[in-house]
Design a protein around this ligand. Structure first.
Ligand SMILES: NC(=O)C1=CN([C@@H]2O[C@H](COP(=O)(O)OP(=O)(O)OC[C@H]3O[C@@H](n4cnc5c(N)ncnc54)[C@H](OP(=O)(O)O)[C@@H]3O)[C@@H](O)[C@H]2O)C=CC1
Ligand SMILES: CC(C)CCC[C@@H](C)[C@H]1CC[C@H]2C3=C(CC[C@]12C)[C@@]1(C)CCC(=O)C[C@@H]1CC3
Length: 345
């Protein structure tokens, strides 16, 4: 019988390694002495010693060379939530994740760490200090969330000690930091268009925003603790900054630091949510003839007007997780990294 060559446990692949989180993860892994191969649909940078494999993760033949000799795979690729394209989410997040699992098994990969999302339990209603045992959202608020739920289930169910294939899911929330293409750029764009004057609801809702380096730290801890006898196999873990903050205080701090006025006037949550729903329906109906993307989607309004913060006690206990960068420092470093987004720049 042929014996399988065990790949070095410092050899890993990052699927989605050109993206915001993926690139931060790759840079940290390289710093820590991992040999990394990146798989992505695009190449956004170069780094000495890094191998890039370009392709669609739904294509197993394209994936296999990137996973060759890797004992560990991080899967952090997904279409952007803003695309709101049902067919694309289903193809990439569900079918594509099946392909990733299949390719890992064929390539002899032993550990798969998925970037899931804390939003898999969010239905648009308040979540205060949510634990991992909350049920998945029965009525997910958008296609992104719907397919992230299926993706997480697929990865966790694939965990199989007999097959020497271990999986774990990291559920970050509201990732921000240098090079983030979503949170700060959308916020500034909204402010530049004069639409950032209003606070949705009473402005006291607490949420988690997580500095990207803490998310990276959580991923690496999960990978390094994923062993056949460890309690983390097949489980999801919240990774946050562990410092819930008022949504509107966080937004105001970032806006003011970049030279924009903080929102001041209050609008009733239910009114804005209803309008966002109406706009979203209109955009769906008119899609064949007119394409427009509303700034205030039902998902964004729900995120802006409700409590959604999560406990990371399980990660502290099982992974020894502790945020490495505070919210205050994370905001400072993020704002400094966006000189081109400053007012007047
Ligand atoms: N940002 C956040 O606040 C949160 C993110 N997450 C999760 O974290 C992960 C990373 O998110 P983030 O870094 O923000 O996202 P990015 O969009 O920055 O990164 C995702 C990367 O995956 C690539 N990609 C998309 N589709 C495919 C495909 N079919 N084959 C290969 N590569 C593909 C993207 O390419 P392209 O850009 O061309 O599409 C991009 O380079 C995602 O799984 C997301 O769901 C979870 C919670 C919060
Ligand atoms: C227009 C304003 C009212 C809000 C602007 C900020 C938003 C763009 C962001 C605030 C919370 C963010 C967030 C995500 C995307 C960007 C925000 C909506 C996610 C949906 C990204 C993907 C996830 O898995 C969950 C995130 C939750 C928080």
């Amino acid at each position: 019988m042929a014996t399988r060559v065990r790949p070095s446990n410092k050899r890993c692949a990052v699927i989605g390694g050109s993206g915001f989180l993926g690139r931060h993860l790759v840079e940290t892994l390289v710093d820590r002495g991992y040999s990394v191969s990146v798989f992505d649909i695009r190449q956004s940078y170069e780094l000495p010693g890094l191998t890039f494999h370009l392709g669609d993760l739904c294509d197993e033949q394209a994936l296999l060379p990137a996973l060759k000799n890797a004992s560990l795979v991080f899967h952090c690729a997904s279409p952007a939530p803003a695309s709101d394209d049902r067919e694309l989410f289903e193809r990439v997040n569900i079918q594509g994740t099946r392909t990733v699992i299949q390719a890992c098994l064929e390539a002899g990969v032993q550990k798969l760490v998925l970037t899931s999302s804390a939003s898999v339990v969010f239905e648009g209603k308040d979540i205060k200090n949510g634990q991992e045992d909350l049920p998945y959202a029965g009525k997910p608020i958008d296609y992104y969330t719907e397919t992230k739920i299926e993706q997480e289930k697929l990865v966790l169910q694939a965990c199989d000690r007999e097959k020497d294939f271990l999986t774990v899911a990291i559920r970050p929330h509201g990732i921000f930091g240098p090079r983030d293409p979503q949170l700060v750029p959308i916020l500034v764009d909204t402010a530049r268009r004069g639409k950032m004057k209003f606070i949705i609801g009473d402005g006291t809702n607490l949420v988690d925003f997580t500095f990207v380096e803490n998310v990276v730290h959580g991923h690496i801890l999960a990978a390094e603790n994923l062993r056949p006898n460890s309690p983390i196999c097949g489980k999801p873990y919240h990774i946050t900054n562990d410092e819930p903050v008022r949504f509107w205080d966080f937004m105001s701090e970032v806006l003011v630091a970049l030279g924009y006025a903080a929102p001041r006037f209050h609008l009733p949550y239910i009114l804005v949510y209803g309008l966002a729903l109406l706009l979203w329906l209109l955009s769906m109906i008119l899609r064949p003839v007119l394409s427009f993307k509303p700034t205030f989607t039902p998902m964004r309004v729900a995120l802006a007007g409700t409590h959604h913060y999560y406990s990371c006690d399980r990660a502290k206990q099982d992974l020894g997780y502790k945020p490495v960068v505070s919210l205050k420092e994370g905001i400072q470093r993020t704002v400094q990294s966006y000189p081109h987004l400053r007012k007047g720049a």
